[in-house]
Design a binder for this molecule. Structure first.
Ligand code: CP3
Length: 351
């Protein structure tokens, strides 16, 4: 059995007592680090994802350089649709593009049923290598997109302004939307279970586009499938984090989804959400990522406000409300992490 040197993050996910609040940062292994950009000069993004040595190398960077309490495996949510047979391109400055998006029922039928161990074996290799290089210093997080967020990209073909195509599908052909969501759920379940077998210590499900749905549609087209997935994660000891970005309703339904942690963006007050859900699950977040453009004093004041709002006791994992932006000064990220490490003891005195 592995014994982690720092398991604060895993204990906080389970709302167990911790001596301080753990912190990690979404997109911590990314372009804001000059050391990442250096590796990225040698290889394009998808090649990095598919080369276990490079993926492991950049996964470890934020552990070594800024001292986060958890690592997250370097990869992308869109490797699942790619493995299902969709051509995926990463465009500089524009983000991911599917040049041949899903348009018809036949397109949905044509999608491959994947076997994660084979079709996404490179992710599993990257996890095994990263675990060995981490040498039990901190836990490793594995992740997936939610079926709704994956479907949004697969139908829009990339980033979108109004999400007209995917929204039009759910209103005109909900039957087809459900067939695709079901297919994606099966793929995500197989993928996440395989990641656990390969060694990850926790899972995060990103629902980046959950917030474009009305409250009732969110329940039908997103949360329903996330619940199904959580239910089918075989190892019940693995904490599961759900991140329904820009969602401002249904907090009790989300807390009852089976997830151990809800990750919040910065447009809600973490203390208010804690009251609404009555402490049923742990909460992750939720400093506005653009706070890191400010000076260190402001960063500390604002980080303190997030911790004050959550209040005393366990079950808070500090994070940004979304990914760290590529032009943030790494010193500011480090200042945030040091501040949380030094100042969060006072919220855990009654342990
Ligand atoms: O958090 C981490 O450090 C782990 C790595 C990670 C990446 N993508 C690396 C990445 C994670 C967890 C993701 C998840 C992901 N990918 C999401 C969900 C989280 C979120 O941010 O909402 C989404 C929606 C994607 C799809 C995606 N991939 C987008 C929109 C982009 C472009 C983003 C941008 O800022 O340009 C990517 C590319 C991507 N994924 C990069 C990284 C480090 C930048 C690639 C580069 O080096 O050019």
């Amino acid at each position: 059995m592995e014994k982690l040197q720092n398991d604060l993050f895993l204990r906080a996910c389970k709302k167990e007592a911790t001596e301080r609040t753990p912190i990690w940062i979404m997109r911590q292994a990314g372009r804001f680090l000059p050391e990442y950009r250096k590796v990225r000069e040698k290889a394009d993004f998808l090649t990095m994802c598919k080369t276990p040595e490079l993926a492991a190398e950049v996964t470890l960077l934020p552990v070594d350089l800024i001292g986060v309490d958890a690592a997250i495996i370097f990869s992308d949510i869109l490797v699942i649709p790619e493995a299902m047979g969709m051509k995926l391109e990463m465009h500089e400055g524009r983000g991911p593009v599917f040049p041949e998006p899903i348009r018809t029922e036949t397109d949905i039928e044509k999608l491959n049923v994947i076997n994660a161990a084979d079709n996404l074996g490179y992710v599993m290799d990257a996890i095994r290598l990263t675990k060995s290089e981490l040498n039990n210093r901190v836990p490793l997080i594995g992740f997936s997109g939610s079926p709704w967020t994956l479907m949004t990209y697969m139908i829009e073909g990339g980033s979108s302004k109004n999400y007209s195509k995917v929204k039009s599908l759910i209103f005109n052909r909900p039957d087809l939307a459900h067939i695709l969501l079901e297919k994606l759920s099966d793929a995500v379940v197989g993928y996440l279970n395989e990641k656990v077998k390969s060694g990850v210590n926790a899972l995060q499900i990103f629902d980046t586009w959950g917030g474009i749905l009305s409250p009732v549609d969110f329940l039908e087209f997103s949360l329903k499938y996330v619940k199904k997935i959580i239910n089918k994660i075989e190892n019940k000891n693995i904490p599961i984090i759900f991140f329904p970005k820009s969602v401002h309703s249904n907090f009790n339904a989300i807390a009852d989804s089976g997830a151990d942690v809800i990750s919040l963006d910065w447009t809600v007050d973490i203390g208010e959400v804690r009251k609404i859900i009555g402490g049923k699950v742990a909460l992750q977040g939720n400093l506005d990522p653009t706070t890191l453009y400010a000076g260190k004093d402001i960063i500390k004041t604002r980080a303190g406000k997030v911790m004050d709002s959550y209040g005393n006791g366990s079950g808070h994992i500090f994070n940004l409300g979304h990914g760290i932006l590529p032009d943030i000064n790494p010193d500011n990220a480090k200042a945030l992490i040091d501040f949380v490490k030094e100042q969060s003891f006072k919220y855990h005195k009654d342990n």
